[in-house]
Write a protein that binds this ligand. Structure first.
Ligand SMILES: [Zn+2]
Ligand SMILES: [Zn+2]
Length: 331
């Protein structure tokens, strides 16, 4: 891309001091960090999940493992969906600073990237969605079955090995100004470790054994990271190739309603691309959206306000009417 063409006057961050601010940064240092993060937090949980099953020979899967897997999955999943996505990226509602900080901690524990980087990447995804510059579109790898499969692999997983890093000064200046939030987000790696220590300590105490601690670390830590990652990545990959499209939007996003509960409401991805400013992704009360349920709960308790739910006129203006609806309207 022209905006990323190498310039001769780069400093070691890759940003030229004489050129207008670049939207993305691409240099050896950034790519080394990306590769390390990919191996530690995207590849390692795969081996951790295999290890968890192998460890069943040593320690059985019991109620503590199930409870920790579910609880940690819900906490970190809501941290990503409500914190990283709806609050920090799209600013679809306002919340008390301590609530925002807690959501940043919960989201960090998921191991899907530091908060500011995640926000910058996701804002770039919305800016370029399914066009050149989108960090994880499945639709730019050519046609045919081979191109589609290559696109799915890229958007689901492989893009994280190495990608153009969105310049956070360009994409997330609002967050950089929020000093208390940045202070919390800076401890990203510590929060990930905390997310592993919590299940290990609880497991050790409940079972009163080291094998219990290891078993709960595996299930409540690494398996939980693995499960949530693939759920979030499936939105980037499958729901930009498949799904229903009730609303007009310029990219290929689709809704996958049957996965709504499992994805904390993120599966209403076409709704979300059509109305990115909305804290509700389901948009209608009967479309399951656990992330929005938490936002509503925060609103009821006075911890969140200024929910930017789209009006019915705005929704109607973007709605794609089915053939039957068009015929009925014309009659
Ligand atoms: Zn998308
Ligand atoms: Zn979004």
């Amino acid at each position: 891309m022209a905006e990323n063409e190498a310039k001769s006057t780069e400093d070691d961050t890759g940003i030229s001091s004489q050129e207008p601010r670049r939207k993305t940064i691409s240099n050896a240092y950034v790519h080394r960090l990306q590769r390390r993060h990919f191996l530690l937090f995207d590849v390692l949980p795969i081996f951790g999940t295999v290890a968890a099953f192998a460890f069943l020979a040593v320690h059985p899967f019991g109620a503590p493992e199930l409870a920790l897997l579910l609880a940690m999955w819900i906490v970190t999943g809501l941290g990503i969906s409500v914190g990283y996505h709806r609050l920090f990226t799209h600013r679809s509602f306002k919340a008390k600073p301590w609530v925002a900080n807690l959501l940043a901690v919960a989201g960090s524990m998921a191991g899907q990237g530091g908060m500011v980087s995640w926000v910058a990447l996701h804002r770039r995804h919305h800016e370029c969605s399914d066009r050149e510059g989108d960090p994880h579109s499945p639709n730019l790898a050519g046609g045919g079955l081979k191109g589609r499969l290559r696109g799915l692999m890229h958007s689901h997983f492989l893009w994280m090995r190495r990608h153009e890093y969105p310049n956070v000064v360009h994409y997330a200046p609002d967050l950089l100004k929020n000093r208390s939030l940045v202070r919390v987000a800076r401890f990203y790696y510590y929060w990930i470790v905390l997310g592993l220590v919590i299940p290990a300590v609880i497991g050790g105490l409940v079972y009163q054994s080291w094998t219990g601690a290891v078993s709960c670390l595996l299930w409540g830590g690494l398996v939980r990271i693995f499960v949530l990652e693939h759920i979030v990545w499936a939105i980037n990959s499958f729901l930009h190739m498949f799904g229903t499209r009730p609303y007009r939007s310029r990219e290929e996003s689709g809704n996958g309603g049957i996965f709504a509960l499992l994805t904390f409401g993120e599966a209403w991805h076409n709704n979300h691309h059509a109305f990115p400013e909305s804290p509700s992704f389901g948009l209608d009360w009967y479309r399951l959206d656990p992330g929005y349920w938490l936002v509503k709960l925060l609103k009821i308790t006075g911890l969140a306000w200024d929910l930017k739910v789209p009006t019915s006129e705005r929704r109607e203006a973007k709605r794609i009417h089915t053939k039957i609806e068009r015929t009925a309207a014309a009659a």
